[in-house]
Write a protein of this length. Sequence first.
Length: 439
Amino acid sequence: MGHAITAEQERVYGDLLLGRSVLLLGAAGTGKSEFIRHARKHLPGRVAVVAPTGMAAMNVGVGAVTIHSFFQIPPADGGYFQRELFAVKSRVAGLLKNIDYLIVDEVSMVRPDLFDLMNSLAQRARGSSEFFGGICLLLVGDFHQLPPVIRTGERELFRAHYGFPNVYLFDAKCLQNEELSTVRLTKIFRQRSEKFLSLLDRIGRGDVDSAVLKELNGRVLGSNPEPRGALTITPYREAAELKNEEELDALPGLVHEYVGQRSGTFLPINGEELPSPERLLLKEGASVLFTCNAPKGEWANGTAATVKRLGRDHIEVQLLGRKRSLLVGQHQWSHILPSGDEYVETGTYRQFPLRLGYALTVHRTQGKTCDEIILQRDRRFFAHGQLYVALSRARTLETVHLTHPISRTDALTDRRVIDYYANGARISANSPGTGHRKT
């Protein structure tokens, strides 16, 4: 791990060894992804790791895949309630019969109807009515962060099934009477400033008053130039793409195009889900971000750099704040699924582990630590947790810059999440449940 395992994390690991499923909650920067990597490496038995999106899966390392890929669940309009979805495919049954632990990351984005379907498929595959057919679960996330995507036309359907139009994993019917250990991580590794931590905590809870706004809006750039190498974060994908295109166009020189190569089955057919763009366009002098961790630790996922020279087989880059340049070759990502006692590679993707680094959406920054950020607020933040996630990518308030002042309406929070934490983060939002341990 990047740091020694904490006493809180040791308790989680101990529960898992005893076969107890755990809900592991922690604010941004509490080492959740690092603990997942530790658990995968040391748990005795076969471990599978899934996440709701391809990017979230990649953030926790090789072998993690999307929930839809692992369970072979097709996209479903109108919720995951259709009878035909509950038929277990033979390949999925084989996977589920042969794992001991299932780790689900970024659970704030997992819909309850999808989670109920996952539980049903596991029970059917293993011929057991136990929770997930007896598989030990580690559920990891932070409900203050990005919520499930619920389309407007689905809200009344969710109200009918779960009692609320705005639903979360803790609404899943299979969790209402389940005995889970609930552990909340409190030690934060990303940020050191108590003042900044307090600010983030208040934004996450929706406790934003004039003092918080004054502190934040003291970081508005105004007439000051944008700091060199800072990453612009925006809620809007088209805004991020436009910023990257404009900055690349403004550079002199020729554009070099690098085309990624896929083989077998590698993630959904959707360029947004790939770790690096399928068509990577670069110029010398361009700001870039790495999209993987280096095997020897020379860079990490999200590290900023500047392109110095573009070759066919290698790209020379200079890391932000470093004098020495590095030669970067293509990286190969593998799509891996467990099969019996082994992991089987079902597909690969080869591309330079870089993307333009002028701007990213809030969703794409999740799990990353950034040296310096610019929050683009020409349009408002529009979803629960977006402002909190964006700000918490930074280590200090001094490395945060704003294009426009923040208002109270940007710090959107869902009252159901606030109440959930206020009530001790019980799994059931409707009933106390049983056997839940709070820390």
